[in-house]
Ligand binder design. Structure first.
Ligand code: GLY
Length: 357
């Protein structure tokens, strides 16, 4: 499929007339919604977007407000894809990634494969404000955090350890690890298998928040523990500026959750912002970026029997008018929105494919 030209008309056309592209009812209107501040984020960011708006109303910059929201997820042990309690890598070690960006100064900070620090988003803010660099990784990121007063702690909860051990015990019939016959009676393991045990492995714990304040400033933050049981040192899209998040004070802000490698290969969040720069609404920009992701997904192990991506990606965006939107590869995804004067709510995301069948 040839790339579409970057016109607003073509974006609208491809969004509504392509294979199965659909705009959710809430996303069809492109009329400006003026109530500011506003924050948009992933489905697990309901409390986070609420906190972000409260913080902006209290005078925080959008980037600080987004981090304040994301911190709630990083603290929550039931958020097994973010921060404390995150599912570890294949060696049982929790490695966290996060990034922040400020659309006014076009400054950013990020950390990747950070161990032992509960709030990687806070460390990312310090990288942005206390260094001339953008991204610190691994042991260097940890030393930087400790030097700036962050406390080291064990991030592997008992629940996450039991989930990891079950994965390790059952990963291969020809290694030395034997499953515990009683493991499946464990409530923590049952909880995990009911939630994430399907065939379509679906990492959905990453959290993203994009924020716009009443002065028209934008900022954003994304935080994750990454793919469950990932290769040690594997880094996804979340801490990569332009991939898991991007904002531009002249345009708006965007972020991603889902299959990180797909997002990296399309520079997902930056691409969303560029489509908005050329006139697309947030929802149209997310959909058009997902079309590019689908076109770029060619390696056989990434494709299902119908040639569609096995792994989903969700994109979130807002523009300077305060319009918000989101889109996902497959139907059924929701996203969080909060505007001044109203409680946070979940809305249906637009999508490319109506079903995985
Ligand atoms: N999107 C999160 C990750 O792939 O790590």
């Amino acid at each position: 499929m040839a790339p579409s030209p970057l016109t607003r008309r073509s974006l609208i056309t491809t969004a509504v007339a392509g294979a199965a592209a659909s705009l959710a009812p809430s996303a069809r209107s492109s009329s400006p919604q003026a109530a500011l501040p506003v924050a948009v984020g992933s489905v697990n960011a309901l409390a986070a977007v609420q906190r972000a708006v409260e913080r902006m109303l209290a005078g925080d910059l959008p980037v600080d407000a987004a981090v304040a929201g994301v911190s709630l997820n990083e603290d929550d042990p039931n958020e097994i894809g973010v921060g404390y309690g995150g599912i570890p890598n294949e060696e049982g070690v929790v490695q966290l990634d996060a990034a922040v960006m400020d659309g006014t100064t076009m400054a950013a900070g990020a950390v990747a494969a950070l161990e032992g620090i509960r709030h990687p988003s806070h460390v990312a803010l310090e990288v942005m404000r206390r260094t001339t660099r953008v991204l610190l990784v691994g042991e260097g990121a940890k030393r930087f955090a400790l030097a700036h007063g962050f406390k080291e702690e064990n991030l592997l909860t008992e629940r996450a350890r039991k989930i990891w051990l079950h994965w390790k015990d059952t990963a291969s019939p020809s290694d030395d690890w034997l499953p515990d016959p009683a493991a499946l009676d464990d409530p923590d393991l049952k909880w995990f298998l009911e939630r994430d045990g399907g065939d379509a492995f679906n990492p959905h714990g990453t959290v993203h928040v994009s924020a716009l304040d009443a002065a028209g400033r934008v900022g954003c933050c994304t935080s994750t523990s990454g793919l469950y049981f990932k290769l040690p040192g594997r880094v996804g899209d979340s801490p990569l500026i332009g991939c898991g998040l991007y904002c531009d004070g002249e345009v708006g802000s965007a972020g991603a959750t889902g299959h990180g490698e797909s997002c990296i290969l399309a520079a997902g969040a930056h691409t969303v912002v560029e489509f908005m720069r050329h006139g697309a609404t947030p929802t149209e920009a997310c959909l058009e970026t997902l079309r590019r992701v689908v076109r770029n997904t060619r390696r056989p192990f990434l494709l299902d029997a119908k040639g569609r991506p096995k792994n989903g990606l969700s994109l979130y965006a807002l523009n300077l008018k305060g319009e918000v939107g989101a889109a996902a590869t497959y139907r059924g995804r929701r996203f969080a929105v909060c505007r001044a004067g109203a409680p946070a709510r979940l809305e249906e995301a637009a999508y490319l494919f109506a079903s995985r069948d």
